[in-house]
Write a protein that binds this ligand. Structure first.
Ligand code: ZN
Length: 153
């Protein structure tokens, strides 16, 4: 788990965990009912010239949670926020080509469980949607800030 590597600039990228201030929720911008895996997204992102899948977790239609990048690795999912965030992507987000909250009941349950687990590791992180970061996108096509507001008590 603890790997230290040198960047081309000669900086040492620590193995120690990054400081995480945001958990950013995404959709894959694919049609409702069409299932894709972390492996598929890895292929798409590599085709864009990225080193690997940009997200840390993928939530499939049946609620299966698949791992993308390691949490200690900087993701590639949200401009200007990758350094200090974890990226979670559910499969879906489009209905008839239009942005829509297409999450299945299983995906909702899996997201809730995953976020609860991440919160135990990053108690100070805020949960937001991609669109809440200033991105000119609908992603993830629902109000993540409202839905995952920390429960008090
Ligand atoms: Zn997004």
């Amino acid at each position: 788990m603890s790997v230290t590597k040198s960047t081309p600039l000669g900086e040492v990228e620590g193995a120690s965990m990054r400081k995480i201030t945001l958990i950013i929720i995404h959709c894959s911008a694919t049609e409702a009912g069409a299932d894709f895996s972390a492996f598929d997204i890895d292929k798409w992102h590599k085709a864009q010239g990225w080193s690997s899948i940009g997200y840390h977790y993928v939530v499939r239609l049946d609620g299966t949670i698949e791992r993308g990048r390691q949490e200690s690795e900087v993701g590639a999912h949200c401009k200007e926020h990758n350094q200090h965030s974890i990226g979670v992507c559910y499969i879906g987000g489009l209905r008839n080509g239009k942005p829509a909250d297409t999450r299945t009941a299983q995906q909702k349950a899996a997201l809730k469980a995953l976020i609860a687990q991440l919160r135990t590791r990053y108690p100070n992180a805020r949960v937001v949607g991609h669109r809440d970061t200033g991105a000119k996108k609908e992603c993830p096509c629902f109000d993540a800030v409202h839905e995952y507001k920390e429960k008090v008590g």
